[in-house]
Design a protein around this ligand. Structure first.
Ligand code: COA
Length: 339
């Protein structure tokens, strides 16, 4: 039996054709296509690429999901709500589940805002409609485009915790609804899907452009981490940050200038303190600015992440099923002596 590896770091637990992450070069591809080019295709085409199968009829499927979810009670936590709504879905096509998650985000948003849920508009693109249901008003073209780029960018990212969870469930021969429900549970954890909120808290605390540098210095002196900086895999700037920064450029937000100033100050200060370790902006940094500029409540950031990542989960579910082998690692016994 092999040795225990904490966090399974560096363990290759799957073979995949869905995405490739190059942490040293700072690049990400979905089935060989660079992430920026994937985002340029738009959600529907990007989902078809990631799933390696057509994704059709999302509009009518959102309407169908809305009708099905209508009677389902929604627990109060945002991710608890999405999980409860999706858990009751019928096992169907990937497109059905993508629609279910998007509509669930809209229903949870309505609950948090204390307003009736908006009925899906099947004529809109998936991003524009999910954004509309989540924000509670029609998005501008620039907002819809920005959200679309976000949803594409986060569709997949190697064997992250929620994707691994989905694969484990699929490997038992269980259904896609169960795999997605379990993955939503994994994504809910703050170590996985939770950094964009704190990035906004940080920008709130900095407040003004000329305070970026002293604020960053004081945080680091106090031994605290700068949110949205650093990454377990990337040793350069997260390539997704660039895609999102470009998408934010089309939106009206006063935050962008402040965000750039904080990023520059943090990058310089971290480089001085950790000269042999590149600590640069990660995906969460510009996710925060983008989702806020679209008008999304901070509590809905992780649910919106799920609306994009569900595509990757389903692609991995299909891959894992094709292996026909259950994921069943070993454990090392460290309990009382066995007599
Ligand atoms: N701010 C300040 N210092 C940081 C830092 C940050 N954002 N990220 C890493 N460091 C420092 C650590 O304190 C550590 O210093 P030390 O060697 O003096 O103890 C060193 O850099 C290495 O950090 P480590 O924890 O080994 O990096 P990691 O690869 O395990 O962690 C993250 C990666 C993402 C968890 C980490 O960079 C982080 O906490 N970032 C902030 C939270 C965040 O943005 N999360 C979203 C990730 S997508």
């Amino acid at each position: 039996m092999g040795a225990w590896i904490p966090g399974l770091a560096g363990v290759v637990a799957a073979r995949t054709a869905v995405s490739r992450v190059d942490g040293t070069g700072g690049a990400l591809w979905f089935r060989g296509v660079p992430v920026q080019a994937v985002a340029d295709r738009g959600f529907e085409a990007a989902a078809a690429l990631v799933l390696d199968a057509p994704v059709e009829g999302l509009g009518p499927l959102r309407v169908q999901a809305f009708a099905r979810q209508a009677g389902v009670p929604v627990p109060s936590g945002a991710m608890d709500g999405v999980r409860a709504l999706v858990a009751g879905a019928q096992t169907g096509s990937a497109a059905e589940l993508i629609a279910e998650v998007g509509v669930a985000v809209g229903r949870v948003a309505a609950g948090l805002a204390g307003r009736p849920a908006l009925v899906p508009d099947p004529a809109l693109s998936h991003a524009a409609d999910v954004g509309r249901m989540a924000v509670g008003r029609p998005l501008t073209a620039a907002e819809a485009e920005g959200l679309d780029a976000y949803l594409c960018t986060v569709m997949d990212h190697g064997l992250n915790a929620s994707t691994f969870t989905a694969r484990v469930v699929a490997s038992t021969g269980s259904d896609a609804v169960s795999a997605v429900t379990a993955a939503l549970g994994a994504l809910k954890g703050p170590l996985h899907g939770g950094a964009p909120g704190p990035v906004l808290d940080m920008l709130d605390a900095v407040g003004m452009l000329d305070r970026a540098e002293p604020w960053v210095r004081a945080e680091l002196d106090a031994g605290r981490r700068i949110m949205g900086m650093g990454h377990r895999v990337y040793r350069v700037r997260d390539p997704r940050a660039a895609v999102l920064e470009r998408a934010v450029g089309g939106l009206h937000t006063e935050r962008l200038a402040l965000a750039r100033a904080v990023e520059a100050a943090a990058e310089a200060a971290l480089a001085a303190r950790h000269p042999d370790r590149a600590l640069r902006a990660n995906v969460e940094f510009y996710t925060a600015i983008l989702l806020e500029a679209v008008g999304l409540d901070r509590r809905l950031f992780t649910p919106m992440f799920a609306a994009g990542r569900v595509v990757g989960w389903l692609a991995h579910v299909a891959e894992e099923r094709a292996t026909g082998r259950i994921i069943r690692p070993a454990s090392e016994y460290v309990g009382p002596p066995c007599t």
